[in-house]
Write a protein of this length. Sequence first.
Length: 508
Amino acid sequence: MLSRRESLAAFVAAFGFAEGGAWAAPLRKSAESDAFFSWEGLKRFALRVAQAPWRAPQPDPAAAAIDYDEVNRISFRAERALWREDADRETRFFPLHRFADRSVAISVVENGRARPLAFAPELFEVKADARGGKFALGRGFAGFRVMNVSGRGDWLAYQGASYFRSAGALDQYGLSARGLAINTGIDGQEEFPAFTRFWLERGPADALTVYALLEGPSVAGAYRFVNRKTEAGPIQDVSMVVQLRRDIARIGLAPLTSMFWYGEGNRAAAADWRPEIHDSDGLAMVTGAGERIWRPLANPHRPTINSFADRGPRGFGLLQRDRTFAHYQDDGAFYEKRPNLWVEPRGDWGAGAVMLYEIPTRREIEDNIVAFWTPAAAAKAGNSYELEYRLSWSASDPATDGVARATDCWTGTAGRPGHEPTPGARRLVADFEGERMVGLGRDSGVQAMVSISGGKILETHCYPVVGARSRWRLIVDAARSGAEPSDLRAYLKRGPDALSETLLYQLY
C-alpha cells in the first residue's frame, strides 16, 4: 500500500495538483509560487482522493499534555489575525490540544490563487501558571474562528473532526453541525471523518467562503460553505460532494448534534437545582408533503434511534423553542439563548428519512442528540453524493406558516386530579400556541386527532387556556402496553383544516 503522502504525490503527477508549502493541497502552482484554486478543482481532487488507501493522520505528541486548563491559558495574538479590522470576517486560529490533537492545513484564497498559512509558535501567547511555568505548543492549527466586528467573541468556528458551529442570533453557542455522520447509532461502528484542510476566501457582500477537504476511512469529499451574518442570525449555504471508499451501514447527511438532559417533560431526571437543562428541546420537520412535525427530545434509559420516512424533505432542524429565562434560571450558561439550527435542502433529496439518535446522559457537558438525513438507497462503495442545503442559525422558529406550535409538553399520572391514578396509564399535557387559535372557543368545532402505537387512548380533551389569547391545551390519557416506549401522534383541527403542527411524543 502506498503511504498517504505517496498517494497524494501520485495524484499531483496524474491530475495536475501540486504541494503548497509544508502541506499537500489540491492546487496547481502558478508562476508566482501561489497556486491556482477552484471549487471545481477541489471537487475533482476529493473524488480522486477517495480512490487512494486511507492512512489516519497522527496526533501531535505535544498536544496530549494540553488539557482544558492549559487551553484556557493559550490565546491567539489579535494583531496577527487574518483580515484584521474586516467587519465580521477577522479570523483567528485555534492551537492544538488534547481534544483536537491533529493539525489541519489552512490556506487563503485571493484572486483565484491559494497560499498556505504557516504555523509559528509566536502566533500564540501562553500565560505562565502560578509557578511561572509554561508548556510547549503543538506544531499546527486545530481550526479557526471568525470574530465579531468588535473583536470580542466569535460567531463561527470550525474545530475537531468535521464539527463546526455558530453562536447564532443571540451570541450564545449551543448545538453543533457536522460535515458527515457515519454509522451513528450502530454500536462500535461510528466513524468520525475529519476536515483535514481548509481554504478561506473573502467573497462579495461580506460573505466568507470556507472550502474544506473531508477524509476518513470510509469516505473522501469536498465542502463549500458560503457564510453570511444577517440580522436573523448567520446562514451558511453548503455545497458538498463525497464518495464512499467502502460500504457504510448508515450514512448521515447534514448532521446536527446537541444536548438534552431534562426539561418539563422528564422532571424525574432533574438531579440539578436548575429547572431545565438543554441546548435544544425538539426536532422540527417539514415533510415533502408539507406536514409540519414537532418531536420533543428525550433523555432515554438506553440509546434510542427513531426514523421518520419522507421523500423530498423541505426542512428539518434542532430547535430551542423555550426562550424563557425563568425556566432555566442559569445566568452563566444562558440556555434560553441557545441557537436553533434549521436545514433547508436545495433540490430534491429523494426518498429517505430524518433520523434522531438519543443517548442517555447525566450531565450537561455531553452531546447526546444527533439528527440527520439518510437516503433510502444503500450506501455502497463507489457511491457519490452531491447535495446543496442552507443552514440557518437563528433564535426564531422557522417555517411555521401560521400553524399553532406545540410550545410545552408535560407528562404524569393519568386520571382525574384528586382521585386514584389510572393503573398502567400515563398522561400527556401539551399546549399549542399560534394565531390560528385566536378567537376559537369550546363551541368552535376544534377537535383533537390522537393516535398511539404500543398502547390505547383512554381519554382526550382540548380547550382554550383561560387568560391566554392564542393558547390551547390538549390532554391525553393513554394506557401503555409492553416495555417499549409508546409513540403518540396528535394535532388539532377544525373541519378539514389542521390548526396545529403534528406533535410526536414518546411515552416511557
